[in-house]
Design a protein around this ligand. Structure first.
Ligand SMILES: *Cc1c(COP(=O)(O)O)cnc(C)c1O
Length: 488
């Protein structure tokens, strides 16, 4: 708008028409810190002309609201909800509101995420402009996330159904026709095993830890954030460790618990979670009683290149965010395409992945987004879970008394206090359900052939999550552009 008006002498109405027709707003997260609010004071000193233009955009928008809703009794509340300017003591610009007003289309990145935008985060805009809202469920490219990172699996699939699936991932479903072929299943399993062995060698080299390639490779790799609940995974590890300590001869399906991910440098709790994972790893990996049954690995410097080694080596994909918090997730898709099974909540694209692969091929646990909201509304009392679940209590007590911090009871206190007294992500509410679901995972893994069938069905049925499908939808329904064919 500034360039059109100040540099190109285009009249306001024409400039606004071009702007609105050109721009589309994709919301990528529901976390409030990402819905930026810029203080007017700062804006004024840095971008005074832009601020003038924003005021004019807002004035015209509010004039429209007054016309459209002249007879509405909640006109004033609608204006204060939708205004680009927040009239609080520290007056600020609501960037998401500016994006909604300035765009012809608004979209979320998974079905649940789009629903939550419409019913909550952007509900006023959904009310006045329902036709502007779209869902565009995210996808990932099968060229990088299957062909490039998993050449053996790519060769096996192509040997059965040709290679057109690489350009049209829905076609990968054809491998289901070979599921009764025992030799195909054996090859499928051998490829996963080879990928796990490579990962084991990487772990030996960089972490100096010997892991058992026959154990379940149970993997959580993603940015470290409290809502993603890496801590819940840690609570499960300590649960297993406590069981071993209480009964050293206990029978247990061996697990290698692998984490990777970066924390924002200013995010204290995220960095403390990394510290705890490494502290638990130090104790568990050096305890002969845990032996070949339990290992904990934190992989440094998780990035796309490392991801290309990790996703193909996973048996189990951890997608355990508090329901309603993960917009979509894309790691969930990369894992499933490479034949990992998911343990997950009804959040983001997990919901659609489960719909595609079938409920019987997905390990579901935890509260729904709706249950999370109503529990919050009725007062979430984490102490209740601590007092009534002895296994949970044993886990928390072990952290609190310094077993993973050389007796230091202060180090992990911020994590314990948050879980016990002020946890917006409600880890305790989902703890029992998660542990029970992990038992089902272990049970299922004992039947190698059954597990392999489930793995094949996961990879076969996630064709929807190709970014070719996603981008095609943006091209046709939002950008009104002409698609460029995929070249191989
Ligand atoms: C795919 C990917 C992510 C996203 O992972 P989520 O599990 O969806 O949060 C983050 N970082 C890297 C390096 C990735 O490859």
């Amino acid at each position: 708008m500034r360039l059109f008006i100040d540099e190109h002498n285009i009249p306001w109405d024409r400039a606004w028409f071009i702007t609105q027709k050109t721009l589309a707003y994709t919301n990528h997260t529901l976390m409030p810190e990402a819905l930026e609010r810029w203080p007017v004071e700062m804006f004024e000193s840095l971008l005074p002309r832009h601020l003038e233009i924003i005021y004019e955009i807002n004035f015209r928008f509010i004039e429209n609201l007054k016309t459209w809703y002249a007879s509405s009794s909640d006109l004033n509340s609608l204006i204060s909800e939708l205004s680009i300017i927040e009239e609080s003591p520290n007056k600020s610009i609501r960037m998401a509101n500016l994006a909604c007003v300035g765009s012809h289309a608004i979209n979320g990145v998974a079905a649940l995420h789009t629903e939550l935008l419409q019913s909550d985060t952007l509900k006023g805009f959904a009310k006045i402009w329902p036709e502007k809202f779209f869902n565009k469920t995210n996808g990932v490219t099968p060229r990088r996330w299957i062909r490039q990172c998993n050449p053996k699996l790519t060769a096996l699939i192509s040997s059965k159904i040709g290679d057109s699936w690489i350009k049209n991932l829905e076609q990968v479903q054809k491998i289901e026709d070979f599921i009764e072929d025992a030799e195909f299943r054996r090859e499928w399993r051998a490829i996963k095993q080879a990928n796990k062995q490579k990962m084991a060698a990487y772990i030996k080299k960089f972490n100096g830890v010997e892991v058992n390639p026959d154990s379940i490779f149970d993997i959580q790799v993603k940015r470290i954030h409290e809502y993603k609940r890496q801590l819940l995974d840690v609570l499960y590890i300590i649960t297993l460790y406590n069981r071993i300590k209480q009964n050293p001869s206990i029978e247990m399906v061996p697990r290698t618990m692998i984490f990777g991910g970066k924390a924002a440098p200013g995010y204290f709790m995220a960095k403390l979670i990394i510290k705890l994972v490494n502290a638990v790893a130090e104790i568990v990996n050096n305890d002969p009683e845990a032996g070949g049954r339990l290992k904990v690995i934190f992989l440094e410097n998780f990035n796309v290149s490392l991801g290309q080694k990790i996703y193909p080596a996973a048996d189990l994909s951890e997608q355990i965010s508090t329901a309603g918090k993960e917009a979509s997730g894309t790691g969930n898709m990369k894992f499933a395409m490479n034949g990992a099974l998911t343990i997950g909540t009804l959040d983001g694209a997990n919901i659609e992945i489960r719909e595609e692969v079938g409920a019987e091929n997905f390990f579901l646990f935890g509260l729904t987004a709706e249950q999370v909201y109503s529990l919050k509304a009725n007062g979430y009392n984490s102490m209740h879970y601590y007092q009534t679940n002895m296994e949970l209590r044993g886990v928390i007590d072990r952290i609190a008394r310094g077993d993973f911090s050389h007796g230091d009871t202060e180090m992990f206190k911020p994590l314990v206090d948050s879980l016990m007294y002020d946890d917006p992500y409600m880890l305790f509410a989902d703890f029992a359900s998660y542990i029970e679901c992990q038992e089902k995972v272990s049970e299922a893994y004992k039947d190698k052939d059954k597990w392999t069938r489930m793995s094949i069905l996961n990879a076969a049925r996630v064709g929807k999550f190709s970014s070719d499908r996603t981008i095609g939808e943006y091209v046709n329904e939002i950008w009104d552009a002409k698609a460029v064919p995929v070249s191989l």
